[in-house]
Each structure stands twice: as structure tokens, then as C-alpha cells.
Design a protein around this ligand. Sequence first.
Ligand code: SF4
Length: 189
Amino acid sequence: MLSFIAKALSSDSRYIWGNILAPCEVINSMGIRMISVEALACFLSGYHLEDFFIDYAQSIGLAPTLCSYHKAFVGAVESGVCPKPKYAVTTSLSCDGNLNTFRFLEKQEQVPFSLLDVPYTNDEDAVIHFCHWGCKQVSGGSNILKNDMKEKEIPMLILDGDGIDKRNSHDGQIKTRLEAFLEMIEEDD
Ligand code: SF4
């Protein structure tokens, strides 16, 4: 993933912005590289740089309660570190924050975007629901999902944490709960 991001960042005339579910395979087949909000935020966090870009985004007015994936991405763009492409593509899944981020960047940076409406299916055996700090969607939907899974007798684990900002994360606790859940599923099989 690191080389993929690095190559995309170094070929700004042939790359676009996207989100995690945008069809990067189709885009790659046209010789265009894509960087998603989520991948760039992970890239920055992998190098322990996320706090700088999150703080930068907040210093230009983004709400502290906004998802750290989006703050890290917007911070990288607005600080001039991430080059500006000519186009972006986002999807209706899995994030309701994407639309606002791409609308913001269209206005700020004049990067137009398309929204793809992705069909949804519901055929899971078990669910791990990660409540990322600042994600209104996963936090707000966790109780609805929990009740739905209970009715269908599908095992579900809810984890709280932050995939990007290490200042909000408790990795040891998450690992312990995840291992216990996976063991429970294996025993049930
Ligand atoms: S954590 Fe939530 S708001 Fe953040 S990128 Fe994922 S779905 Fe979007």
C-alpha cells in the first residue's frame, strides 16, 4: 500500500481522489491512480504524522469532533502536502462523511467529483462493528444494528477506538476483545 500511495502522489497529472469503496480497479485500468481519504489517512498515521495534519485541519476550522480520517486527509490537502488532482469520485457507502469532504474540497480546491450509488446486501455470518471516534454514522447506527443482529441471532462485537489518531485509541483493549470474539465464533462453528 505504501508504494501505491507514493506512486499516486508522485504522478499528480494522472491521479484522482476517492474513497475506500470507489472502484480503483476500473480507474487503474485506465492508467489513472487513486488515493482514497482512508488510505492517505492510514499512510500518514503509519508514519506517525496524523496529529500534525489533524491539528492543521482543525486550525483552519474543521470541527474537532469530525472523523480523523477526514481531518487527516483535508489537513494534508489544505497544507499543500497532497497534490490537487483534476477529479474525484466517491460512493454512497460506506461513509456519510465523504460527501461533505468532497463538497468542501470542490469548493476550496475546485476539484469536481462524482458520487456512485452502491447497492447494499445483507448476508453476514458475524459482525464486527468498529465505532471510530468522530464517526457519526457508526456511533449513531450501532444500537440499531445491534438490535437487528440480535433479532437475526447473528453474533456481533462493538469496538470503540480511532483508526487514525493514536491519541484516541486503546489498541491493547481492542486486541483482547477481538481475540475473545473470534474464539467464541470458532467454538460455535
Ligand atoms: S470512520 Fe466513519 S466518518 Fe470516518 S471515514 Fe469511516 S465511515 Fe467515514
